[in-house]
Design a protein. Structure first.
Length: 411
């Protein structure tokens, strides 16, 4: 077989929506972006949504919006994709990495221990689509002693009066927390619409605002629309309408807007997300769990607990007791059978750049342990039952071949 890891979901509705954008002779930011923003608000219940050209751009925009600068600190998990820390570095601030829990989400105890007077934000990463323990994180940032430690150095920091909680929800659109959209848990939630995500715009992202009552979310939405388009008070679509060419630059903004031709892809997908695409992902996850449940080495991913349900973005298979080298060989065996898999993620302290600026993986033992035995299996709506069965059988065979007799005796 030939089973790719995560192809985009492109059906006739997606093609029609893109063609509609092309035939309209308008492909940059315009009506389809506005429609996609409205659909995100509808899906999440957020106060407002701002589409941008990537998760990374959205995160940088919000850190800058909050006034994060050189000398500041932002707490991030060591177990995440590099963008979680790079957005902090691009603002001149320092990422303070902490270890994660067994479910791969940010460890609240570690977070609290790392907060200083320099801490301006926490970026909590919903790995594989599972929301972080937001109740605990929200309690921490609101503790009187933690709030007393907070030093406001911008007008928005003064308005908030505490550490900003950002959800890195690159994986978790459609996840739930206490029966509601998980996007409502943080002050700011940022989705990725990259090509491999549950909803894609080829490249793109979306900022969801759920700021407290001290802010006017719509006013901040209007500011962010300016901020994401060079600080320009009219986008190209508005300027194209008759004698409307005059514009002004109101602030030193960035150029990170999403084009309509990209929004069209996501628009078609999000309209059938909760009814069709997300249930199909959940069904595949359940079939994997059922297929592996009799294997003594299988560590099932947390997909649902008393508070949280994942978006089923990844199926992070973990194999009990194996080494990193064994995991790599299992991957090679699966690729040899035509199954493309992945690993999420190489902890940032193991990457050359982060090692060069002083991060060491020995300080994040749980991140390494989780990484060393993890294989992300294909999970997307187009997978057939035959392909799922082939993947399950192939994984079982590859694990059996690569686990030693000594390991079998000691499990």
């Amino acid at each position: 077989m030939n089973i790719p890891f995560s192809p985009p979901f492109i059906d006739q509705a997606v093609i029609n929506e893109v063609l509609d954008s092309l035939y309209a002779n308008w492909i940059t930011s315009g009506p389809k972006v506005k429609m996609l923003e409205a659909e995100v608000v509808k899906l999440t219940g957020s106060a407002a949504a701002v589409c941008v050209n990537s998760w990374t751009s959205g995160a940088m925009l919000m850190l800058k919006w909050f006034g994060v600068k050189e000398g500041d600190e932002v707490i991030v998990p060591a177990y995440s994709y590099c963008a979680t820390a790079l957005c902090v570095l691009h603002c001149g601030a320092t990422p303070i990495m902490v270890d994660v829990l067994e479910d791969c989400t940010l460890d609240p105890v570690e977070v609290r221990a790392k907060i200083t007077s320099k801490t301006k934000a926490i970026i909590a990463v919903d790995i594989a689509g599972l929301p972080c323990k937001y109740d605990q994180l929200k309690t921490i940032v609101r503790e009187p002693q933690i709030m007393d430690l907070f030093e406001a150095e911008s007008s928005r920091q003064t308005t908030l009066g505490r550490i900003l909680l950002i959800a890195d929800a690159a994986h978790s659109i459609g996840s739930y927390y206490d029966g509601l959209s998980a996007a409502l848990q943080a002050d700011v939630t940022i989705f990725s619409f990259h090509a491999v995500k549950n909803i894609t715009t080829a490249e793109g992202g979306c900022i969801c605002l759920n700021l407290p009552a001290s802010f006017d979310n719509i006013e901040e939405f209007n500011f962010l629309k300016l901020f994401s388009l060079n600080g320009q008070n009219k986008d190209a679509f508005a300027k194209s309408k008759g004698a409307n060419w005059k514009y002004d630059i109101l602030l030193k903004g960035y150029k990170v807007n999403m084009p309509d031709v990209c929004a069209a892809i996501g628009l078609a997908q999000i309209r059938k997300y909760t009814s069709t695409l997300l249930p199909l992902r959940k069904d595949i996850s359940e079939k994997y769990c059922e297929g592996f449940k009799g294997q003594h080495w299988f560590i099932a991913p947390v997909t649902k607990d008393d508070h949280r349900e994942t978006s089923y973005h990844l199926f992070p298979l973990r194999i009990k007791g194996i080494t990193e080298a064994q995991r790599d060989q299992i991957i090679e065996d699966l690729v040899g059978k035509g199954i493309v898999v992945n690993v999420h993620f190489i902890p940032m302290p193991m990457l050359s750049y982060f090692k060069s600026i002083g991060y060491e993986i020995r300080h994040y033992p749980n991140s390494y342990k989780l990484y060393a035995c993890e294989i992300s299996l294909p999970i997307y709506p187009q997978l057939t039952d035959l392909e799922i069965r082939f993947i399950i059988d192939s994984v079982i065979e590859a694990v059996q071949v690569n686990i030693s007799y000594e390991y079998e005796k000691n499990v």
